[in-house]
Design a protein around this ligand. Structure first.
Ligand code: AMP
Ligand code: GLY
Length: 438
């Protein structure tokens, strides 16, 4: 197989590395990629969000499969253009990508499909927004209705801040969604779909806020770990005596009804449905859908995947996913820690020289995946984005995987580099517990 991966982040670096481990994959190209990806794939220049350009590149290159990493090309219709050129593509159509691109659309689909999610009010004026904030009460959840790379959401006890965010979304021309607050730990579950059949991956947890203890603004994600031992006991037994584990519950109550609803609407979902979930005291509820792999969860999840990824994604792209397929995972754990640039997420500084990457990778069980990196004119590795690198640690225990990720992260530096020091800490300390709602 010859595969083209679209995107330039840490997620795409993880996808490229996993594809390289598949013996059936002979060649991996990435467009536009980054400095780290260039060591694992041939880079092609393209505007990733220009449907015709990507389709032309895919056609001329004779690829067997195109894998689209980020949401922006999907929302722009890149998957449609590639599919129209007759090339299998892993990634949903523009119509199906609305599940992420419009929060209001996602709520509508969930409501039609009976999928549990936070109650929400879609406001188009400040007065409507203020009324909704009063009716839900604190903590306030205010979301920009559009793509904002995870940064359009404000969750706050501060009513003035909630109102200010709502007003700023509305004045920017967007509408705003005001939601019920969901308590309980968050889980990201990726479910592959060929439009009809589903195969779930292993649950992961992401850390969305910039600072330790979930302080500061939301980011794209500052670290992740997998698997989640604290979900082990989470099971439901139905009246017929059939017991379902966490993943089965999510597939049955969230992913399958959503995929079926999308097919019913004439927008079959082909790709990966990212189910962002809260394990609340009232059951599992959807916080958000994304229409692509999560970043930085993918950097941890794919590290443990033993099933060859290329064939799996091709099966999804060509309507041949085997719903009974049990994926193989390595024993043990993976933790990844994102190192971000100074002033991320507001206005990250770029162009700082990065040191210590090779030293970090010399540690056992440590790999470094690149996101915002570029080689400057002197051939030096420099920062080129908000989230710059993800350091992945793998080991037999979660504590050791975490220790390895941090041992690697400590070797890496540039002026203003910042990372959270509490990724996976609560899980390591056994401080997360959940019980199924009865
Ligand atoms: P979203 O972009 O919708 O995923 O929101 C980003 C983050 O905000 C989520 O990962 C949660 O941490 C938080 N969040 C969003 N919606 C809610 C909610 N209804 N209740 C509590 N936290 C939320
Ligand atoms: N890590 C959150 C996301 O990918 O949207």
């Amino acid at each position: 197989m010859k595969i083209l991966v679209i995107g330039s982040g840490g997620r795409e670096h993880a996808i490229v590395r996993a594809l390289n481990r598949d013996p059936q994959v002979k060649e991996v190209h990435a467009a536009p990629g980054n400095a780290g990806i260039s060591q694992d794939a041939t880079l092609k220049a393209v505007d990733a969000s220009a449907p015709r350009d990507v389709a032309a590149l895919a056609y001329d290159g004779g690829y067997d499969l195109v894998v689209i990493g980020p949401e922006a090309p999907l929302a722009a219709g890149v998957a449609d253009a590639v599919r129209d050129a007759g090339i299998p593509v892993f990634g949903p159509s523009q119509a199906a990508a609305q599940l992420e691109a419009s929060k209001a659309f996602a709520k509508l689909v969930m409501s039609s499909a009976g999928v549990p999610t936070a109650e929400a009010v879609h406001a188009t004026t400040p007065a409507e927004a203020i009324e909704a904030l009063s009716s839900f009460g604190p903590p306030y959840v205010v979301k920009d209705d559009g793509l904002a790379a995870g940064k359009g959401v404000v969750v706050t006890e501060d009513r003035e801040a909630a109102v200010a965010h709502a007003v700023s979304c509305l004045s920017g021309g967007s509408t705003v969604v005001i939601e019920e607050f969901l308590d309980g730990p968050e889980v990201s579950l990726f479910v592959l779909s060929d439009g009809q059949n589903l195969v779930p991956l292993s649950p992961a947890q992401d850390f969305k806020r910039i600072h330790n203890d979930d302080a500061g603004p939301n980011t794209g994600g500052m670290g992740a770990y997998t698997p989640l031992d604290w979900l082990e006991g989470y099971a439901e037994t139905d009246p017929a005596g059939v017991t379902r584990n966490f993943t089965e519950i999510v597939v049955d109550t969230v992913a399958r009804p959503t995929i079926e609803e999308m097919a019913r609407r004439g927008a079959p979902f082909i790709g990966v449905l990212y189910c962002g979930l809260a394990v609340t005291s009232r059951g599992v509820k959807v916080v958000e859908f994304n229409v692509r792999f999560g970043d930085p969860e993918t950097q941890a999840v794919l590290e443990r995947l033993q099933t060859p990824l290329g064939q799996l994604l091709l099966d999804a792209a060509t309507g041949q996913l085997d719903a009974d397929r049990q994926l193989e995972w390595s024993n043990g754990y993976a933790v990844d820690v994102v190192i971000a640039a100074e002033n991320y997420p507001e206005s990250p500084r770029k162009g700082d020289v990065i040191t210590g990457v090779q030293e970090a990778e010399r540690h056992t069980g440590v790999s470094v995946l690149h996101a915002g990196t570029v080689l400057d004119e002197n051939g030096e590795l420099v920062t080129a984005g908000g989230r710059v690198l993800a350091v992945v640690g793998t080991a037999d225990t979660l504590a050791q995987a975490q220790a390895r990720a941090y041992a690697g992260a400590q070797k890496i530096s540039w002026p203003g580099a910042q990372y959270r020091t509490d990724i996976a800490a609560k899980a390591v300390a056994g401080q997360i517990s959940v019980e199924p709602a009865v």
